[in-house]
Design a binder for this molecule. Structure first.
Ligand code: PLP
Length: 437
């Protein structure tokens, strides 16, 4: 017999699911399913939604641009929306000079790796061909992204096919070696990075998520950590590639996270919230120094060897332009800084729950780590995946959640109101208590 649905869902053990909740509409922070149930979108539709659903200005931007042209390419051509968006992005990103567009976060990161490798070739330094990074960083699901952002739980099946990178061991603050404070631990990482840079002159770039690792377990950096890595990179002639795909545009509380971290990347990527989470698009920005190394006579073959069908798609760029205007009009970053205090206030109450081992929080992001035994820190486990168990219970309580392993992720749309955020937290607490049974 043919299955009822032909859809294969991402990162999902399909045998656990008889059927999937069908979303038919979005209204502000709420998703509405085919039975009329309303679910508060607790994960911003995979960490990208900014304004909630059906934001009329963004819908209008799509409509208006569609009436002119939906797609024309950046191969030999340009378009107004791509031009004005690039100007805007360069305007908000100190030290950045040019913008290379792509379709999603993974491809934006692939481009950043290729740019770094070719930069050194352009400079005649063919030796510099390795990437160094922090363990548990995540940069997407394509092969380059998996090689650099190697999360063992996700990618061990492909290990033999991935290229070699140098991984500095990096754990989150909840699982540090005994008698080590987070500050001491991260200072030790800096020493390791400095030693690596001194011993190895083949490193092309150091790659890291900006501000915090998210998919690798919600590991929030200590103050000064990213700044010091940035300085080490400069001192040792290593490029710094930052990934702001999940952490920029306000998720951690600032528009451009590398600015608030006092760091100076050579290459940085944006995605997810760039279009308010309405349409797929990402961008890789570079400094003038990087860009200039690609210039020369055509016969030098120094130009970039990368491009996608939809690079610079005018429809996506139009939505991103409108989205950025709305950030200014709504003074969104200021609003986020206020709303995120709700998270802060409620940490003790969440930590009090019997099965909550740790709560890690910054800006509009919270990871709640579920454990069976607080003293041993053993993760909770159920007959089915923790995600499935949490999802089903959360749905009964009127919220949409997805976990990362045993970590319940609260990553709401950035413009969520304080009362909606309190509702999300109330219902998350109820969900966690109920599944503990
Ligand atoms: C930090 C980071 N980089 C890259 C990506 C990949 O983005 P995409 O899923 O759009 O390919 C993600 C996705 O979650 C991410 O969190």
């Amino acid at each position: 017999m043919k299955p009822q649905s032909s859809v294969w869902h991402p990162y999902t053990q399909m045998s656990e699911w008889d059927s999937f909740t069908k979303i038919v509409k979005g209204q502000g922070m709420w998703l509405i399913d085919s039975n009329g149930n309303r679910l508060l979108d607790g994960v911003a539709s995979m960490w990208c939604n900014v304004w909630g659903h059906s934001k009329k200005e963004l819908i209008f931007a799509i409509k208006k641009q569609s009436e002119k042209i939906v797609h024309s390419s950046l191969f030999n051509l340009t378009n107004d929306q791509a031009e004005s968006l690039a100007k805007r992005l360069v305007g908000i990103s100190p030290h950045m000079h040019k913008v290379f567009y792509s379709d999603d976060g993974s491809t934006a990161m692939e481009i950043s790796f290729k740019m770094a490798l070719q930069y050194w070739q352009n400079k005649g330094e063919k030796n510099k061909s390795q990437f160094a990074t922090l363990q548990n960083g995540y940069h997407g699901d394509t092969f380059g992204a998996m090689s650099v952002g190697y999360v063992p739980g996700f990618f061990s099946k492909f290990k033999n096919q991935l290229y070699k990178t140098i991984q500095i061991p990096f754990a989150n603050s909840y699982r540090l070696p005994s008698n080590t404070t987070p500050k001491e631990y991260q200072d030790q990482r800096l020493e390791k990075i400095e030693k690596l840079f001194s011993d190895n002159d083949k490193i092309a770039a150091f790659v890291m998520e900006s501000g915090a690792q998210i998919a690798g377990g919600v590991n929030i950096y200590q103050d000064g950590f990213q700044e010091k890595i940035s300085k080490l990179c400069k001192k040792h002639g290593v490029l710094l590639i930052l990934d702001e795909i999940a952490t920029g545009f306000g998720r951690l509380g600032s528009l451009v996270e590398y600015v608030s971290q006092n760091s100076k990347p050579d290459i940085v990527s944006y995605g997810k919230m760039l279009t308010g989470g309405y349409i797929t698009m990402a961008a890789t920005l570079v400094t003038k120094n990087i860009y200039d190394s690609f210039l020369g006579k055509y016969s030098d073959m120094r130009h970039i060897y990368h491009g996608h069908t939809f690079t610079g798609n005018p429809l996506s760029c139009a939505v991103a332009n409108e989205n950025l205007s709305l950030y200014d009009k709504a003074n969104l970053i200021k609003k986020i800084q206020k709303t995120s205090k709700v998270f802060e206030k409620r940490v003790p109450e969440i930590l009090d729950i019997k099965t909550v081992g740790d709560v890690r929080h910054k800006g509009m992001l919270m990871g709640i780590e579920l454990v069976r035994d607080k003293s041993k820190k053993t993760p909770v486990s159920f007959k089915k995946s923790t995600n499935k168990v949490v999802f089903e219970e959360a749905k009964k309580n009127g919220i949409y959640l997805r976990t990362l392993g045993n970590i319940v992720m609260l990553v709401p749309p950035l413009a969520i109101s304080e009362s909606e955020l309190n509702y999300l937290i109330d219902r998350t607490i109820l969900t966690i208590k109920n599944i503990a049974g």
